[in-house]
Design a protein around this ligand. Sequence first.
Ligand code: NAD
Length: 246
Amino acid sequence: MFEGGIPPSLARTLRNARSVGALTGSGISAESGVPTFREAQTGLWESYDPIDLATPEAFERDPRLVWEWYEWRRGLVARAEPNSGHRALVELEVRLSDFTLVTQNVDGLHERAGSVGVIELHGNITRSKCSEEDRIVAPGATELAPPSCPNCGAPLRPDVVWFGETLPAEALKAATLAASSCDVFFSIGTSSLVQPAASLASDALRCGAVIVEINPSETPLSRGADYALRGPAGEVIPELVKSVYG
Ligand code: NAD
């Protein structure tokens, strides 16, 4: 059991909640072997800082380098499996009549675990889009890195939101609505540093929700959270589900 365990008052709150929202970040996929941006990269990529590769400027400067980094990450994600944290969130969704899952992750592991209606704030690494026309394109068989758009010839890029880019408006609107109307809001495996995702917890707090952080480390949200559960998501969320539903 992680240090401290699940407070009985939290189990009671969740049992009585009408509407629950959850925001996940890369920490929930760490136990599936997908590294967070703040962990050291390995192998070929150890000398690169991901925060310098996940930008439109990096793609403009060196599209091949950025595409190849995403190919490596796609390989990692394809080999990864959803973990007990992803699966426990599916159980929460099944048990609760009003549950909204919002993710900053681009790995699709929530969907592969069985979550339905996930709001993807930052896109999905498994899709590609035309860098000029902004439409989804399936790359054909080609040696080119990056492949070209079959329609206009512009380079394809991953369908993810890079640092400095705007989030998909519909997804952000739905996420903000869920955060502002829930009674309990979970912030799971996120550093609470990347905006505007981090402001969802502030929206929930302002609207009176009980804030629950699940993260082994302290974040800027910790002080304002009603509960800060210090442990890995893959242990804490299943324990939470067990403490509420047995
Ligand atoms: P982040 O790297 O900024 O922070 C990760 C957080 O997870 C940290 O606070 C860390 O303490 C915590 N953490 C580590 N292991 C954990 C565990 N086992 N259980 C719970 N928490 C754990 O990640 P972020 O806040 O998601 O923001 C970075 C950006 O990087 C996002 O935009 C995201 O789209 C992108 N990203 C996504 C993936 C992915 O899809 N898996 C991976 C890397 C980065």
